[in-house]
Design a protein around this ligand. Structure first.
Ligand code: NAP
Length: 252
């Protein structure tokens, strides 16, 4: 088992990519804490993990709010004493053209996607440093943090910010033995992308842009997250790992 004895926190671990990661990590021997806002999805994911004899804690917590982030991390530390692996995965994305984008829409995406990343990762890194842990941090970024897509100025900017934040933390914390990498998925089938998948012309457009000719599955991102969480990636830090069926290398 590749994460035996490790304690992992997966924010946004109740659904989609985060759920697949939490299930995979638990199968690999990690004790897994998951967070999200909706209780029903958290309970469902926790039940799946327990049914497979995994150890799991579930926390209702919104990553935008410092008090809720601190309560989440205090909760994990109180029960399990440390966090070895953080997958900061919670994120949102609702497309709007730039000229029509209300400030509230921009702020909401920045608060969840970028402020949340700062809040969660700073506190977890502080706790890792205090305990002299050789921790691994993974930011769930996106190919949208590396190349632009129309109508997603807010999302692209937040994911680009996450990539540079990962690189900067990597520089500062490498001497402490804490690694931080960003994972950049392409188009993955989840609740987030359901409106596009259900829209025939839109999904045809996406499929034409993906050399492998299909969308990805959350489990395919979980495999990459497992690699970044495990000792197999021990010489990697500050890296943006793209998992996208070849989408980003295509010129047209
Ligand atoms: P999803 O199915 O909508 O799941 C998002 C998860 O994040 C849920 O657990 C959700 O739970 C949680 N979440 C959302 N807002 C939150 C908040 N304010 N505080 C705490 N938790 C929150 O989406 P997904 O596709 O799995 O996306 C997961 C991550 O992958 C996101 O960061 C997304 O940007 C990134 N990503 C996705 C794709 C894709 O194609 N799907 C591609 C590249 C990157 P609640 O709603 O109950 O809070």
């Amino acid at each position: 088992m590749r994460l035996a004895g490790k304690i992992a926190l997966v924010t946004g671990g109740s659904l989609g990519i985060g759920r697949a990661i939490a299930i995979r990590f638990a199968r690999e021997g990690a004790m897994v804490a998951i967070s999200g806002r909706g209780k029903a999805a958290l309970d469902e994911t926790a039940a799946i993990i327990r049914d497979q004899s995994g150890e799991v804690l579930a926390f209702e917590s919104d990553v935008q709010h410092v008090d809720q982030v601190n309560a989440l991390i205090d909760g994990v530390l109180h029960k399990w004493g440390r966090i070895d692996v953080l997958v900061h995965n919670a994120g949102i994305n609702a497309p709007v053209p730039f000229l029509e984008m209300p400030l509230e829409h921009w702020d909401r995406h920045m608060n969840v996607n970028l402020r949340g990343t700062f809040l969660v990762s700073q506190r977890v890194c502080q706790e890792m440093a205090k305990r002299k842990l050789q921790g691994s941090i993974i930011f769930m970024s996106s190919v949208n943090g590396l190349a632009a897509e129309a109508n997603l100025a807010h999302y692209n900017a937040s994911k680009g910010g996450m990539n540079l934040l990962a690189m900067t933390i990597a520089l500062e914390l490498a001497p402490l033995g804490i690694r931080i990498n960003a994972l950049c998925p392409g188009f993955i089938e989840t609740r987030l992308t359901k409106p596009v998948i259900d829209d025939a012309p839109a999904i045809e457009h996406y499929l034409r842009s993906i050399p492998m000719g299909r969308v990805g599955q959350p489990e395919e991102i979980a495999d990459a997250a497992l690699f970044l969480a495990s000792d197999e990636s021990r010489y990697m830090t500050g890296h943006c790992l793209v998992v996208d069926g070849g989408q980003i290398v295509k010129l047209s």
